[in-house]
Design a protein around this ligand. Sequence first.
Ligand code: URA
Length: 240
Amino acid sequence: MERLDKILSNYGGLTRSTAKEYLKKGRISVNGSIFKDGSIKVSESDEILMDNKPVVRKKFRYFMLNKPSGYISSTEDEQADTSPNVVSLLKNEGVKGLFPVGRLDKDTTGLLIITNDGELGHRLTSPSRNIEKCYIAEVDGILTKEDTEAFSKGFEFKEFTSKPAKLEILNTDTENNTSIAKVRISEGKYHQVKRMFLKRNCKVLKLQRVSEGNLNLDETLKPGEYRELTDEELDLIQQN
Ligand code: URA
């Protein structure tokens, strides 16, 4: 048995607030009767209709992984690479069809959503959505406000011009000639952050993704650990 409002947001593609509104407006029925209270529990065999159309209860699962270094998240251009794929970290879940939403380089760590919901995956990676991703980068070299300005103007690459990006310098270490910065980009081209820093003659030494849209990496997750997204987090990413 599962709560009606949870089913509507998990399988009907509604946010929790829209589900509430639909219920209030009498747009939801269970076994032919209108239900306005989302807290009632319904079973697998109950027929739920939204605007007279069945809500198909396909078991979608959504996980947040703190990707460790050394794992690949793509199956295409790294086919020759025999390193493990991020999905193998969730093998004990026994869920078929899991895939990472977007990709991180093998040596990049941090937030990666893993799901079996193709529609959501497609939506979150669609370039037209401009979802902002935030990274913490440790780079070789001392960053200055000229770098911040250059990031804010965008860079010309062979196949595209990057959109303005935000660079916030968090720390500079003159002894070791390194800097740590926060970078926010709203695109996801191949090696984009690394290539932007290279344009400023800086090599990325470490890269970690800490947020995607309004979803933040759970800092209690150690690299390689994952957990299911909470209802609130699922709502947040569905609003992206
Ligand atoms: N930019 C990169 O260069 N690498 C990543 O993994 C993600 C963004």
